[in-house]
Design a protein around this ligand. Structure first.
Ligand SMILES: [Mg+2]
Length: 381
């Protein structure tokens, strides 16, 4: 079998708002073969940037678009193709958008291999060590504390047993932050894991949080048994993360902006964070996320795949999560928070079981199919 084409499909809902919602557009990556099997992946990035990285013509030996590096190659040789893409894009890549594009291709190659062999992805990753993974509902704080509490009730009634709230106005005012967390805790009970995602908060003076602000807030959140505090500092502030992680009574989580194992090495070894959150569609695909998870495991850190995009990322995240020893939770956009691209792009749709766990899809590859109507309706170009 040979790769015949690599296609990036740009999907977008009609109006993309300036809100922290990663489900408003998507870059779907399709790897086609001469056998007629197509692998489906996703790159979690700016879709037209990913398209350009795939389609770029060769400039010289270490500056080549991904498609040219892949056409004519054996799609089963995923590790070799990963390094071929990484090295062939070295001068404009290594991190950021190029790793996002490589992620999309890598996910599609794993899906393709699973489809060709008739086995689910987690079987190819060594055989999963779990049949399901506990999900947490990931949503935005409400505008007012009461609204945060109402959302928490809604997420709980939808079957979730763990919860994360983030962004919006959180971080500006300690009293308001406390009121939000208090309302949520009241709604979900004392036992349920609750996580808080700061998402680049600014304080009342308009400054991005520093270590002292984060530490003060972490002490307040500890009173409510918050399980982790996510992204409290600028992603480049690794020395700040080191000081904060050492002093904070609440675990510090980070990693959704990072791409590539070297960045996660720095986040863990220099930043000292407690929980790492690679996004499979940004960090380097299935291949690199498995390496990141192993590195985190060797440092006794849980690995919690970030997911706030379409059901493609949802499905691949669950397969990866089920295949790593340091699994903890699977992030899942909460009901009513994600767009139609999150809920309707793939079948079967995401489902929780009675324990609040997401069941691993058992079809070949990722175990999902793209909905042709949704693809046609939201396709741009
Ligand atoms: Mg986050």
């Amino acid at each position: 079998m040979k790769i015949t084409d690599v296609e990036v499909v740009y999907l977008k809902i009609p109006t993309v708002a300036m809100e922290a919602n990663g489900t408003q557009d998507a870059a779907v990556v399709l790897v086609h073969t001469d056998d007629g099997i197509t692998g489906v992946g996703e790159a979690e990035s700016s879709p037209l940037v990913v398209k350009a990285i795939v389609e770029a013509p060769r400039s010289h030996s270490v500056m080549v678009g991904l498609r040219e590096l892949l056409i004519g190659q054996d799609p089963f040789a995923i590790e070799r193709l990963w390094w071929r893409m990484y090295e062939g894009s070295l001068y404009f890549g290594r991190k950021g958008a190029v790793l996002h594009a490589i992620s999309g291709v890598d996910i599609a190659l794993w899906d393709l291999k699973g489809k060709a062999l008739g086995r689910p992805l987690c079987d190819l990753l060594g055989g999963s060590t779990a049949t399901k993974v506990r999900a947490y509902a990931s949503g935005l704080f409400g505008k007012r504390p009461e609204e945060s509490g109402e959302k928490a009730v809604r997420f709980r009634e939808a079957g979730f047993t763990a919860f994360k709230f983030g962004w919006e106005d959180f971080g500006r005012d300690p009293r308001s932050d406390r009121a939000h967390v208090e309302a949520i805790r009241r709604a979900i009970g004392d036992e349920a894991p609750l996580m808080v995602d700061v998402g680049w908060a600014r304080d009342s003076g308009g400054a991005v949080w520093d270590v002292k602000t984060a530490l003060a807030r972490s002490r307040m959140l500890a009173e409510y048994g918050v399980y982790w505090l996510e992204e409290p500092l600028h992603p480049d502030d690794l020395d700040g993360y080191r000081r904060l992680s050492a002093a904070s009574p609440v675990r510090i989580a980070a990693g959704e902006e990072e791409a590539g194992l070297p960045s996660f090495r720095d986040l863990i070894e220099r930043g000292g964070v407690d929980v790492v959150q690679p996004d499979v569609a940004r960090a380097g695909g299935v291949t690199e996320t498995m390496r990141i998870a192993a590195f985190a495991d060797a440092h006794h850190r849980p690995c919690v795949p970030h997911h706030y995009s379409t059901g493609i990322l949802g499905a691949v995240s669950v397969h990866v999560n089920a295949s790593i020893p340091n699994r903890l939770f699977q992030e899942t956009p909460a009901p009513g928070e994600g767009s139609v691209l999150n809920t309707d792009l793939v079948a079967p749709a995401f489902k929780l079981d009675a324990d609040g766990c997401v069941v691993i899809p058992d079809g070949p590859g990722l175990g999902i199919d793209l909905d042709p109507d949704v693809m046609a309706r939201f396709r741009v170009g």
